[in-house]
Design a protein around this ligand. Structure first.
Ligand SMILES: Cc1ncc(COP(=O)(O)O)c(C=O)c1O
Length: 454
């Protein structure tokens, strides 16, 4: 194809200058023109908060919050340096602390067999997949993991991503678009909301676990949308309660919608053998369209995955941006996750111990009058305090006294829902659980007069 550009040959110097001047004026860049002065005046008005990070209002708010906390004598509870893996205890500043701040649900992070699997994989494949699996190929450990994940869900197939967060974002964004609807529980994880926003679909939150509200919304508006995706979590990460999944299955069928379940906190936790929400509710794999999980919690690794029917997995492997345009899961992380799954299946007593520990924690906390919200006492138990300052102060006192449990404050949750969130592990001993509840109750009684209703 030839491109016709006007020839300058044959034009005088004067004509060329005139042409250049006209072109510059058209682009608004001519030196010294009235228009140029106008543009400069407008640019002079642009505040620093539009182009300097340290002047961003968000940055200012962060600093204000930090200064207020420092003035109130509350040390920053975030980015604390731990000098061990997070088990029932952890080491900070050379002190051994009781640890209720990490989701090592089945105690597999730090298990020598999981470590050995990761190290053997490093020996063979190195530490990185070094490129996207689509174009640059994969290692056998990738498929071995995906086949095992599919088996856990009794699904046709599975695909693993490098991040749990990126899994939700890119899967939802790649499957839905304008003209579609994403209906999600109001307490669903940030990654689901980000995915819904990125997709361009209409996004609507429904009241927590309220399947009747979903039914009513769909009865009224299903016909206005092409695809409808309902997104729930198997067990909610902030509140520790189980989703009534069987109800959602029935509703999604009746309204010809798709159902996605984020099993980040229910895989390895629910079901007699830890196979998650499907096992807990006795569902068929096909009752749910998209089974999502993370490798960072029960499976002592890093990454996320989707399990489902072959068409879904085929589609995602070629369209989900977080898979196609991102590096493959590092082989040692795939090996650690696979080893964790094998151990979970061979040692179901870990799942039973986790659940017994969760129940014990919840019962003791309730007996001491702590507000545990909706928690069903499995792996997540909040202690709701209703004020960010109170949550931060309590966490700081507990840290001083030998216990690690980070505060969850606004804006991660609403101010009135500010809390401590405790993760229970199968590694915790009964003594440690008694000790933790006593420490929380005593510290809280010192901060807050006992007569006040928590
Ligand atoms: C419910 C839920 N989904 C997804 C994620 C993201 O997983 P990851 O931290 O492994 O990226 C999390 C993180 O904690 C989560 O709680």
């Amino acid at each position: 194809m030839t491109v016709n550009t006007p020839s300058l040959a044959g034009l005088s110097q004067e004509q060329k200058r005139e042409m250049l001047q006209r072109a510059l004026e058209k682009r608004g860049t001519s030196n010294g023109s009235a228009k140029d002065n106008d543009v400069r005046a407008v640019i002079d008005q642009i505040p620093e908060s539009a182009y300097r990070f340290d002047k961003f209002p968000e940055y200012y708010r962060l600093h204000l919050q930090r200064t207020l906390a420092e003035n109130a004598g509350i040390p920053n509870p975030y980015f604390r340096e731990h000098d061990s893996y997070g088990g029932a205890t952890t080491v900070v500043d050379g002190r051994n602390l009781l640890n209720f701040g990490m989701y090592n649900y089945l105690g597999l992070n730090g298990d020598p067999r999981v470590n050995a699997a990761a190290m053997a994989s490093i020996e063979r494949y190195g530490t990185s997949a070094s490129a996207s699996r689509v174009v640059s190929g994969e290692r056998p450990i990738h498929r071995a993991l995906e086949v095992r994940l599919a088996e856990l869900h009794e699904a046709d197939d599975a695909v693993a991503f490098v991040s749990g967060h990126a899994t939700n974002v890119s899967v939802i964004a790649s499957l839905l678009g304008s003209g579609d609807l994403v209906l999600h529980d109001r307490l669903v994880h940030n990654s689901v909301m980000q995915g819904a926003m990125l997709s361009g679909a209409t996004r609507q939150a429904f009241p927590h676990n309220d399947w009747q509200a979903v039914d009513a919304i769909l009865a009224e508006s299903r016909r206005r949308f092409d695809k409808v995706l309902i997104v729930v979590e198997g067990l909610y990460s902030m509140d520790g309660d189980i989703c009534p999944l069987d109800r959602f299955v029935e509703i999604k069928r009746r309204h010809k919608a798709l159902l996605m379940v984020d099993e980040a906190h229910s895989m390895g936790v629910l079901g007699a053998t830890g196979r998650g929400a499907r096992e807990h509710f006795g569902l068929a794999s096909t009752d749910v369209d998209i089974w999502m999980g993370t490798l960072s919690k029960s499976f002592a690794s890093c990454g996320g995955y989707i399990a489902g029917n072959s068409a879904l997995i085929e589609l995602l492997k070629l369209t989900a941006s977080g898979f196609v345009y991102s590096v493959g899961l590092p082989p040692p992380m795939a090996a650690a996750a696979l080893a964790s799954i094998e151990i979970m299946l061979a040692e179901p007593e870990r799942v039973a111990t986790l659940r017994a520990n969760g129940q014990l924690f919840l019962n003791l906390a309730k007996a001491r009058g702590l507000n545990t919200g909706l928690s069903q006492g499995i792996n997540v138990v909040p202690v709701i305090l209703g004020q960010s300052v109170l949550a931060a102060r309590l966490a700081a006192m507990l840290h001083e006294r030998g216990m690690e449990t980070p505060p969850i404050i606004h804006p991660a949750v609403e101010e009135r829902a500010a809390r401590l969130r405790l993760f229970i592990s199968s590694l915790h001993s009964k003594d440690q659980i008694h000790q933790a509840v006593e420490m929380i109750a005593e510290a809280l009684a010192e901060i807050k007069p006992p007569k006040e209703d928590l």
